[in-house]
Ligand binder design. Structure first.
Ligand code: ADP
Length: 787
């Protein structure tokens, strides 16, 4: 109700006010002589009333106007020149007023509705901007903020209110202000633009943003301000910065890597090289803009092939070891590099990139090559030494030596030059590489003008770097004609302090020889020298052998003659010497038997003594003959059954055994041995007869015989209970004529044990004894067992 009353009151006020203003204006204008249409002002008042009020307000104004026209005859309203109330004009006026009220009212209604809609859409737009995820920032022509949305304010850390009205320069630092200047100029010139820009947040930190800025221009093309969409790209910038930093540190790592590195793109551009690459090769980054430059410098005539290898790297998915490459560096030397390459991320422009790393293995390779060379040379020396030992043909050995040297040193020419007996020239005795027909024929001077002659005089290895510039000698025609440039020559020692000659190796290309090479050639020369010495000695031995054989055959002949003489002597001893003895024995016997009566007891004793002496001498002669025969006869060893030997000996000595009442113990069976039946009977008989002979008076001999086998030998023991033998005599009793007792106590010749020793030794056996004085004796024979 109250609202209705208010609106009614408001209508009256508008209508009254409008009419009053119309009235006042009419009054004012009526002063002007030209103004004669005051009703137009009242029509305007009606229209204004219906615009600001409504249709009823308009009609109310019309009513008020008509009311006023009825009062115009009164003063002070007489100035109103208004048509009479009943006139046609008044009717038209009324119609106009009514129609105008209606028209204005409906126009106002439409305008209100349009404004309402605009307000709604404006509100929605603002809400949309406020909740938008991107910042929105509008400025006027003075760069003052006219609008920021919530997001923009949040991005900078301010409340929206605090930003409004402030110049954008407040949100930048000095660098930002400088950077913003050209963009603002662009805006003023009506240009749209997108660019990265750094703002400063309220807390002082940076806000990196992507600005999409557009100018706001008036209809007449005047710059009114600008509006920008602001996207927070701090994260992206952060990543970009980190990426740049990591790229920079990667680049630093590459540059400072302690080995050669090259980063190159597929179009051949070299993007980076390490300092180590420059240090080793001498090529700077400026020298190597592209792979083409690199391969030309480092690989020269192989550049095409290497280029091809490099181009294949761009198809790689992972690291690959490319192997060894021989790289030529700036000073012309070669280095050996082991390459491995791996793909990197593509460049921003899409080019594929490869990182190639190398390790310089030159020194290792050189050491390996030197080792291989040394091993090869050692093998050659070993082979040559062997040849030198087995080969007696010197020319053959020289040929082998020169070939081996040529192979081992990979050299063009090798020569053995022999000093001729006159000493003034050397002859090309053997060699490799020389023109046909020269070996064995060509000679060269032995004076200091040739390399070989110079070597003979200085007696140590001579190395020639370049014969063309040699100052020590001019060089022989042989070397000059063969275009020799470098070489080594060493002395080959001969026999009897005279050099044999010179061993030389030569090349037609300049070559630097190592100490190993020189040692190798000298060692080969030494091997040759020892072969020469051996050859010389062999010759000497051969000559000695010939003369020795002559001497041996002479001596053999002399020995044979002597032997024959000895045999004749033995024959004469055994026959001629024993014959008178037997005569002495026979006549003594006859004297005792036939002249028994005539002889007194002294005479009989003398005759008996003569007989005994003769018998004893005969025994001695027999023993000596046996002993001497043992030394001369050839003995053929054969298996002998010792049982048979023992059996035969006991039979031989049966009478003595019985006379002496010997208790003989034979521990059978006895083994078989290798020996001679006759000698073994002799040996055992001698030992057994001694065993029963050398016993104390009144003691019955007890003799034991037994055998012992061990391994492939056998010992035959003969023990007695006799008088024993003192230790100090145990060796000498085996010598001829060594007796420990007089013939009165124990008869004998002193040759029995000598026969035992010589007999056993002839059978490749040994003899010995164990005894103590008064304790009996144990003699032993050791012989090989028969199998
Ligand atoms: P002979 O028996 O003729 O004297 P041998 O050469 O047989 O000569 O012996 C040398 C010496 O060795 C003997 O004279 C004796 O003194 C000593 N002899 C040898 N066999 C024995 C033994 N079985 N017991 C003690 N002495 C011995």
């Amino acid at each position: 109700m109250l609202r209705q009353a208010n609106s009614q009151l408001r209508r009256y006020a508008i209508a009254a006010g409008s009419v009053l203003i119309g009235l006042l204006l009419s009054y004012g204008l009526s002063q002007l002589a030209t103004f004669d249409r005051p009703f137009l002002l009242f029509l305007a008042a009606i229209l204004v009333s219906s615009w600001y009020g409504d249709r009823q307000t308009g009609l109310l104004s019309l009513g008020l106007t008509l009311g006023l026209s009825g009062l115009q005859i009164w003063w002070p309203l007489s100035w109103l020149i208004f048509p009479p109330l009943a006139s046609l004009s008044t009717a038209v006026f009324v119609l106009e007023g009514v129609a105008g009220s209606h028209l204005i009212h409906s126009l106002k209604h439409q305008a209100d509705q349009a404004q309402q809609k605009l307000r709604v859409s404006q509100g929605e737009y603002n809400r949309f901007l406020d909740i938008a995820n991107e910042g929105v920032w509008a400025i006027d022509r003075h760069q003052k903020t006219t609008y920021v949305n919530q997001r923009m304010a949040e991005m900078l850390g301010y409340p929206v209110k605090e930003m409004l009205g402030r110049p954008i320069a407040d949100f930048m630092d000095a660098a930002g202000r400088a950077a913003a200047q050209p963009h603002l100029i662009n805006r003023q010139q009506g240009l749209r633009e997108q660019y990265d820009f750094r703002w400063v947040r309220q807390d002082g930190s940076d806000l990196w943003s992507l600005m999409s800025a557009s100018p706001i221009m008036s209809a007449t093309g005047q710059f009114e301000g600008a509006i920008a969409m602001v996207t927070d790209i701090s994260d992206r910038k952060q990543i970009e910065t980190e990426l740049k930093e990591s790229e920079a540190s990667f680049r630093r790592a590459v540059v400072n890597a302690p080995f050669p590195i090259m980063i190159h793109a597929e179009d051949g551009e070299i993007l980076q090289i390490s300092n180590a690459l420059t240090e080793i090769t001498g090529y700077t980054f400026a020298d190597l803009p592209t792979i083409q430059h690199w391969v030309q410098l480092a690989y020269r005539d192989r550049s095409q092939q290497v280029r091809l290898d490099i181009s294949k790297l761009f198809g790689l998915a992972q690291r690959v070891d490319e192997g060894e490459y021989k790289v030529q560096i700036k000073n012309g030397e070669f280095r050996i590099w082991e390459f491995s390459s791996a793909p990197l991320n593509r460049l921003a422009d899409g080019r594929r990139v490869v990182i190639s790393m190398a390790s310089d293995v030159t020194e290792r390779k050189q050491a390996e090559t030197a080792l291989t060379k040394r091993l090869k040379q050692q093998a050659a020396i070993a082979q040559l030494s062997q040849q030198a030992l087995i080969k007696s043909d010197l020319d053959n050995l020289f040929d082998q030596t020169t070939q081996l040297l040529a192979q081992s040193l990979e050299i063009d020419f090798v020569k053995v030059s022999e000093l001729l007996p006159e000493g003034d020239r050397l002859r090309l005795r053997a060699g490799v590489g020389w023109r046909a027909g020269l070996i064995g024929q060509a000679t060269l001077s032995a004076n200091r003008n040739s390399q070989a002659g110079y070597t003979l005089s200085v007696k140590q290895p001579v190395v020639v770097q370049d014969l063309r510039h040699e100052t020590r000698f001019t060089g022989s025609d042989l070397l000059i004609n063969h275009h020799v440039i470098s070489g080594i020559s060493v002395l080959i020692e001969g026999v009897a302090h005279r050099p044999f000659g010179v061993l030389g190796v030569h090349t037609t290309q300049p070559r630097t020889f190592t100490q190993d090479d020189i040692n190798f050639v000298q060692t080969v020369a030494n091997v040759l020298a020892s072969a020469l010495e051996r050859h010389h000695n062999e010759k000497k031995i051969q000559q000695l052998n010939v003369s020795l054989e002559e001497r041996v055959s002479l001596r053999t002949q002399q020995l044979e003659e002597l032997n024959q003489e000895l045999q004749a002597f033995t024959y004469s001893v055994s026959h001629d010497l024993r014959a008178p003895l037997r005569a002495m024995q026979g006549f003594s016997q006859a004297l005792l038997e036939d002249n028994h009566e005539q002889l007194d007891s002294l005479g009989k004793e003398y005759v008996t003594r003569i007989e005994q002496a003769a018998a004893s001498l005969d025994q001695l002669i027999q023993d000596l003959l046996t002993y001497s025969r043992l030394g001369r006869t050839d003995i053929c060893l054969q298996p002998i059954d010792l049982n048979q030997i023992v059996e035969e000996v006991t039979q031989l000595l049966a009478a003595d055994l019985q006379t002496t009442q010997t208790h003989l113990v034979l521990k059978k069976p006895f083994p078989s041995v290798l020996g001679s039946y006759r000698i073994l009977v002799q040996v055992l008989a001698n030992l057994l007869s001694n065993a029963i002979k050398f016993v104390a008076p009144d003691v019955n001999p007890v003799v034991q015989v037994w055998g012992e086998s061990y391994g492939d030998r056998c010992r035959l023991w003969i023990s007695d209970n006799g008088i024993g033998i003192a230790l100090q005599h145990q060796t000498r009793i085996f010598s001829p004529f060594e007796r420990l007792h007089g013939v009165e106590s124990y008869p004998g010749t002193g040759i029995g044990l000598a026969i035992v020793k010589r007999g056993v030794e002839r059978l490749q056996g040994q003899v010995g004894l164990e005894s103590q004085l008064g304790q009996g004796s144990r003699f032993w024979l050791e012989l090989p067992l028969a199998h």
